[in-house]
Design a protein. Structure first.
Length: 146
């Protein structure tokens, strides 16, 4: 199981999340995006339709009849109604349920850095977990810091 910690410093989530989602979908996999706030889930929903003029990412909000058909599902809880094996924690809150997936993307900014550090440390001694810490350079390029 791989956990990628993404420390958002140079670009906000709305610039980073669609690119990660694209990469997951390109491999034929599915993604569950989790955010506790309904306002944030609505914002992500809108973002995935409009983030690039030439494309969009097919997705849905959890709770609909077609949840199981969605390549990307946006939800309040880490329950993959779309059978996703990848989870993106978009609100900066670590959830232990993410360890039930094959890969977790944990996005956080300066407001959540202390919580992210605690999660990083808590996962250090867990068997079968590979941690990666990604940080943005001043130019916005992602660099693996750990």
């Amino acid at each position: 199981m791989q956990v990628d910690f993404y420390h958002l410093t140079a670009q906000p989530l709305d610039r980073v999340l669609p690119r990660i989602a694209e990469r997951v979908i390109e491999t034929g996999a599915r993604l569950l995006i989790v955010a506790d706030s309904e306002v944030q889930r609505v914002s992500i929903d809108r973002l995935l339709w409009t983030y690039a003029p030439e494309s969009f990412l097919a997705h849905g909000q959890a709770g609909g009849e077609g949840d199981s058909l969605q390549p990307i599902l946006i939800a309040a809880t880490p329950e993959p109604a779309n059978a996703a094996r990848n989870i993106a924690l978009a609100d900066g809150i670590w959830r232990e349920e993410a360890l039930g997936f094959d890969r977790a993307f944990h996005f956080f900014d300066e407001d959540r850095i202390n919580e992210a550090r605690l999660a990083w440390k808590a996962l250090a001694d867990r068997d079968g977990i590979e941690r990666r810490y990604w940080k943005q350079s001043e130019t916005g390029k992602w660099e693996q810091a750990a």
